[in-house]
Design a protein around this ligand. Sequence first.
Ligand SMILES: Nc1ncnc2c1ncn2[C@@H]1O[C@H](COP(=O)(O)OP(=O)(O)OP(=O)(O)O)[C@@H](O)[C@H]1O
Ligand SMILES: [Mg+2]
Length: 153
Amino acid sequence: METTFIFVKPDGVQRGLVGEILNRFERKGLQVVGAKMLRVDEDLAGKHYAEHEGKPFYPGLIKFITSSPIMAFAIRGVDAVTVSRTLIGATNGRKADPGTIRGDFGLSGGFNMIHGSDSIESANRELALWFPEGTLEYDKSSNLWTYDPSDLD
Ligand SMILES: Nc1ncnc2c1ncn2[C@@H]1O[C@H](COP(=O)(O)OP(=O)(O)OP(=O)(O)O)[C@@H](O)[C@H]1O
Ligand SMILES: [Mg+2]
């Protein structure tokens, strides 16, 4: 089992897409093990997107992420990092495949509604940053019918 970090960006919250987006993770069978709504400050935004500091889009990205509340989730499942990135789709909504979140709801490269960790290492770093109190541990009973026992080896 992996735990990944996602958040619905200000555009997704303002467009009323939090429920739609979370539903895609729930119906896939993934387990929600943390959730919080907050207004991101410059310090948290800078730490989260540190890898992009110095790039041309960085100032606009920080302005965007701090402009209005976001809703963050910790999501658990087998291969949760990769599965979540697949659900999310390519960075630019104009290029993202239909059926993905960005492909179905987006037309922008910057305002792309959702973030998802891009590796297990990123997920661990981001979860420590956004959920320093930790995430929940509880049995999801439907996992027994979501995964074949061999998926869990
Ligand atoms: N060329 C660009 N112009 C404007 N904004 C951009 C551009 N490239 C990236 N961004 C913004 O910065 C974010 C981080 O870029 P990154 O390359 O990590 O894409 P991503 O991994 O698909 O998205 P995220 O990290 O938010 O999940 C993008 O999601 C987007 O909001
Ligand atoms: Mg990224």
